[in-house]
Ligand binder design. Sequence first.
Ligand SMILES: Nc1ncnc2c1ncn2[C@@H]1O[C@H](COP(=O)(O)OP(=O)(O)OP(=O)(O)O)[C@@H](O)[C@H]1O
Ligand SMILES: [Mg+2]
Length: 174
Amino acid sequence: MTTAVAASRSTRSGHNLPSEVAGFVGREREVAELKRLLPQTRLLTLTGCGGCGKTRLALRVAADLVPSFPDGVWLVECAPLADSALVPRAVAAVLGGAQSGGAEGFDLTEREREVATLIAQGLTNRQIGTALFITEGTARLHVKHILSKLGFTSRAQIAGWAVAQGLAEAPEAP
Ligand SMILES: Nc1ncnc2c1ncn2[C@@H]1O[C@H](COP(=O)(O)OP(=O)(O)OP(=O)(O)O)[C@@H](O)[C@H]1O
Ligand SMILES: [Mg+2]
């Protein structure tokens, strides 16, 4: 599973779905089938070969359903997560962000969120320091705090969290 779409219990309606940049072709039957199946289950899994359109289909159905869910429809990107144990936290991060209007994730400071974003963009501590006009040591300290606050052990986990929060784009597949 790389993508989870959840109806949240937040008090704020809306969504965090990416806008479709290119046209959506066909799949009328699949869209209708998914809309029929979704209310009957808590988890609906789309399977198929790589690149066959699972994500686009899920996002299209999710977008169509936004008006049907007063609490919104929320995308949680699971592909960047290195460990399945991180899925609940990724979901909580997105839904928590929804609840707080996306202003903060857990108790990370604005600066720590900036650092997390840059980590997701692949920057080293030195490069982060340069980008934010802070020393490399300060950048390292921010990373340490982020790891501790989010309960993570690696930069990859921070990157996955930042993507799940919508702070950064998912990395391009190689
Ligand atoms: N119905 C569609 N209309 C237009 N473009 C589509 C459609 N379905 C898929 N695509 C395009 O095909 C490419 C692959 O689609 P997508 O990422 O949804 O596949 P996927 O099955 O999720 O792949 P993966 O297994 O790698 O996660 C993307 O560029 C996507 O925009
Ligand atoms: Mg996909």
